[in-house]
Design a protein around this ligand. Structure first.
Ligand SMILES: Cc1cc2nc3c(=O)[nH]c(=O)nc-3n(C[C@H](O)[C@H](O)[C@H](O)COP(=O)(O)OP(=O)(O)OC[C@H]3O[C@@H](n4cnc5c(N)ncnc54)[C@H](O)[C@@H]3O)c2cc1C
Length: 462
């Protein structure tokens, strides 16, 4: 005899950190929650790899402290992870000098997306040179073209060049935009990338003044924290917390289609359909677009490699926690993280003489960064350290095919989800990064909890 299928309170499609956060929150409040993850493990872009016998992150490796979202979740869900500060070295930028040589300098201490709060500061002059810094210093007194605020916003690259000069764009804004946001500065706007900075610019009429008002005194890139042992542990602990709260988590469960009905939705997997009162899509942007029936351009993948490098020269942390490269630096990598220079726990875990170096490909489709020779070449160019192919001992490569959110997808997915009564989580809804994704997932869960379920009377609220 076959009865009617069970109706779940909430089915969450995707098993990344956004999904796990919402699942913990909803299950803890007594909702019947099922998480459906296509892969063979949850965590999404929080993933563990191994080099030199040490667990390292193959996806996100730190979180921004611009919100307290991650720390609040760790405390509220009692996750058994220890949040840690990176070592204070800060990162460097590599840029092309006039004669074609590659120069390197620490990133300016007070800047946002590479735009300096004080162009005369010594660390800014070191990157831009005297002429570039003098030009950048004029920004404070330049009048603002009213068209900029009246619907004809230029790209970030055009805006930065018009305000600060070409050197700021080439040596600071473009490399930061590419490495931190995985976006091209000529393809994004400041209002989309950093709404708070855009708001201050409108208010103050100067980007220098706006950055000055918002930038902390910390070195760029240091307003982040990590997790002892790797950020992948956050997802592992969150999975345990969601399971303890009563969520059902299924892996190898690819959702092919969501059919909304008057009572909720049918969630279609291969050979099976789940019925839910509420459906939450918490996948990457491309997958969300497919499930929501949105035709929008999809961004390029993100490819990186973590390698073990045996070189005593790295014992001295020659480029601090790492390097980001200006677009004209001839390298297959756009950024390098010296993992054990950045994280004390990694230094303590690695064997003597071994270093963990993480390289992000400039162009995921272009090849390179595969062989020891290619990796050694990129490390040499970005750090100036004479690394040989034989020094590259172990390589852990990874490619993220659904990581980058384009503004078009964000707008189209939000509209389609709203029309169909589907909740949307993750970077496609909240913006990239755990500092945005986690608080947003909790807010959506709270909103869902504000609607009673048919059997609410017998449920216990946490
Ligand atoms: C290389 C890299 C470095 C990063 N570094 C940082 C960093 O240092 N700090 C930071 O804050 N952020 C960083 N990010 C961004 C951050 O990782 C993401 O914003 C965040 O992890 C997104 O989580 P999510 O749960 O929304 O999505 P995801 O982690 O993408 O999870 C989505 C899940 O949905 C599953 N899925 C997709 N389609 C389906 C389907 N049809 N059915 C079932 N399941 C499906 C996928 O398999 C995946 O597991 C980085 C990202 C990358 C790629």
């Amino acid at each position: 005899m076959t009865g009617s299928p069970a109706v779940h309170d909430v089915v969450i499609v995707g098993g990344g950190v956004a999904a796990l956060t919402a699942a913990w929150e909803l299950a803890g409040a007594g909702r019947d929650v099922v998480v459906l993850e296509a892969g063979d493990a949850v965590g999404g872009m929080l993933r563990r790899g191994t080099v030199a016998g040490v667990a390292v992150d193959l996806g996100a490796e730190s979180f921004a402290t611009r919100t307290t979202g991650v720390a609040d979740l760790v405390a509220d869900a009692r996750l058994a992870v220890q949040l840690v500060e990176p070592r204070p070295g800060g990162a460097h930028v590599a840029f092309r000098r006039r004669m074609g040589r590659v120069g390197r300098a620490p990133l300016p201490r007070r800047a946002l997306i590479g735009m300096p709060a004080d162009a005369a500061a010594a660390d800014v002059v070191r990157v831009l040179g005297r002429a570039g810094a003098r030009r950048a210093a004029r920004e404070r007194d330049l009048p603002v073209d009213p068209a900029v605020f009246e619907g004809v916003e230029p790209s970030l690259a055009e805006l930065a060049t018009a305000r600060f000069g070409a050197a700021v764009t080439a040596r600071l804004v473009e490399p930061l935009c590419a490495s931190v946001y995985s976006q091209r500065a000529d393809a994004v706007t400041l209002s989309a990338l950093h709404p708070a900075l855009w708001g201050r610019f409108q208010e103050l009429g100067s980007l220098t003044a706006a950055v000055d008002a918002l930038a902390t005194h910390a070195r760029a890139g240091s307003a982040v924290r990590g997790v002892e042992g790797g950020l992948w542990r956050l997802a592992a602990e969150l999975e345990m917390a969601a399971l303890r709260a009563g969520a059902v988590i299924r892996t190898g469960a690819t959702v092919r289609e969501i059919r909304t009905t008057s009572a909720g939705a049918d969630v279609v997997l291969d050979g099976e359909t789940l019925v839910a009162r509420e459906v939450v899509v918490a996948t990457g942007p491309a997958s969300a677009s497919r499930l929501l029936g949105v035709a929008a351009p999809v961004a390029a993948p993100v490819r990186l490699v973590v390698a073990e490098i045996a070189s005593a020269a790295f014992d001295r942390h020659p480029v601090g926690s790492g390097v980001i490269a200006a677009p004209d630096v001839p390298s297959a990598a756009k950024a390098l993280t010296h993992v054990d220079a950045k994280w004390e726990w990694a230094a303590a875990a690695l064997p003597a003489g071994a270093h963990a170096i993480r390289l992000s490909a400039r162009d995921a489709a272009a090849g390179g960064l595969e062989t020891p020779a290619e990796i050694a070449a990129a490390v040499r160019t970005l750090t100036g350290v004479g690394v040989n192919p034989a020094d590259v001992r172990e390589i852990a490569p990874v490619s993220w095919s659904d990581a980058v959110v384009t503004p078009e997808v964000k707008v189209a997915a939000a509209a389609a989800a709203a029309t169909r009564g589907i909740r949307l989580l993750g970077a496609v809804a909240s913006g990239t990064g755990l500092a945005s994704v986690i608080p947003h997932a909790r807010a959506v869960a709270a909103e869902l909890l504000s609607h009673p379920t048919p059997s609410e009377g017998v449920r216990h609220v946490r």
